[in-house]
Write a new protein. Sequence first.
Lengths: 324, 394
Amino acid sequence: MVVGKTILGSNGQILLRQGVALTERYIQHLRDHFIEVVYIATGSGVTAHDVISDQTRIKALRETKRILGEVKRGAELEMEQVQQVLIGIIDELLLHDDVMVNLVDIRSYDEELFHHSVNVAILSVIVGIELKYSEKRLKDLAAAALLHDIGKIVDEDATLHLVIGRRILREHNRVGRRIADAVFQHHERWDGGGFPQGLAGEEIAEEARILQVTNVFDNMSANSRHPLEEVIEFLMEGSGSAFEPDTVRAFLNCVSFYPVGTPVELNTGERGIVVRANRGFPTRPVVMVTRNAFGPLDPFYELDLRAHPAHFVMKILESEAWEV
Amino acid sequence: MRTAVYREDLVHKLYESCLSAEHAPFEVLGRELLSGLEAVAVSIWSEHPRVPGALSRMVYEQNLKQGDLPQEDYAAARRVQAEEELIRATVTLKGRRRLSFCALPLRGRKAQFYLVFWALEPFTDEEAHTLSELAERLCTLLDLVLSSDLFQVQRVSHELQAAQFLQRQLMPRIESLQEVSSLAYRALPVHELGGDYLDVLRFPNGTLGLTVADAMGSGVPAAFVMLMARTIFRLITNVTTTPSTVLHELNNHFISEIADVNTFVTQFYAVFDPASRRLDYANAGHNPPVLFKRETGQTAFLPGKGVALGGLGDSEYAQRSVQLDQGDILVIYTDGLKEARDGQNSSFGLAGISKALLRYKEYSAEGICDGLIHSVLRHCSVQADDLSFLVLKV
């Protein structure tokens, strides 16, 4: 077994590099670091690519951890450093503007705030790009996303952290009002049922509407380890009530319903693994077909469901039930 | 020809490969004979099972790069059938090419067989002798294959596959309609053939005809009825598109066609105008379609139900209208969707459909179809009935 994707530890350090053979000792090493999900590279050459490079993610994690740590010690928020982190993320996401979010992208996760902050920043920028935000607005959006929970450093309380977060940001002369508002409003709901102010619809800042979606997505996928399909279903169910529909739609265009690496069975009896996603067509990925109704295939072949409307995924297979 | 060399080996090989063939045992036999004897062509004929005096070709295999000789092969089989003894001859084909054949009769227990071997050179006495010995040894094998279940099962399954292909070809082509409306469907028969009929028509005035029908029963008989329903439906909609009239006409035609057959078809038919977003519809005993209203997030059945087609002559079908709004989703379906049952025997039902629509409402019609399949199979894990539905997202 070979590791299919570089595994990062809670401090952003590399625990195992992609391509390393997975031995008992390494597995124990991963367990020690509470890593439960590992992507194994299969013979068919399926590897999950993160939306941003490991280098950028590691740098973002380290810097964010340090910046938040400084604020906790009572120092002033280093907005310049924050912007450096964000520019790295935005530039890279703009470079590949067909990125699709896979579950694997957000599973380099643990409970710590800076992990969550970086994830929400990445996801929010992806949505911003989909909504055709200007670069200037992307920066504000990314800043609000990276700092959306900064108030929690002082107080974990559901409402209080919003008030404190806004205060920290307002005190800073380099932070625009837009950013502070978005942070303050990220627990509002589209139907007015949220907090702290109970704002509804257009009253909520656009950036905050994005944060509502990406924040919930990251919290659900990380903490309780819901399968991606459940998280997507939850967001769609909440579209129009909890979340703004346009934002949900934009987000869903960038999230594959069947993440890369998912073993699936097609209506034709063919089985295979999802190897790529098609942006804008979340339920129609590219599948590497490894067996058909009669048995294993050699060689495998790729089937782009977007180009083959008569083919579709019948079901997601249990990993155990699936063999090449 | 290499008649002398591998005779014993060849017989063993023929028996082995033919009896272990997973399908088409005669074709396997033909191919093995062709390569084993290095012949130009080989055919095996038998008396026709139902037409006295006629011949039925079990297999024909050739190793010719250019042209083929089924005509000449048939003539050779006819000759040996008439003369009932070994024949050797040379024939001139188009382009002055000359080929020789050796044809021999073979009395099997089940039927009379004829074998025809083709070669570049005329057959020698020795070769002819070897071939007749080989033929004797094949007699038991031919009897065995002809009477085997395998052969029958293979024949039927071949025909079913061909029919399945035909039925799939009859499914509507909707790629070109995507600019007009977000439309998608799934049609999943549980076996090769299904009794569900689903169609999308684009009328000259820009409206769309949407229909889903379900023939009683399943498999081949239901597929026949479905095919008939489709033909009549398409003919009628050439003349009129009004839902109440179409179902009325359809029912009358249907009754005259199947008066003596105890069967019926349920059908829902609607005309959707993409410009005004109005849906006019009538229902002949079919499952009421489900409408998801974007604004309220609520799901409900479309009211109205009439007599199933083939039930009662001259039945009237009430026509109703409903105004759809942007984001609304209409699902027209057959039993397989609503009645899909889980381990506790509880059906997917309106609740299941509603929940799925709520959970996939932001996807296009295509994505909603994928979501519905995903939800149904999560509910029942194994598909037990034909499953078809059509999704319109306004």
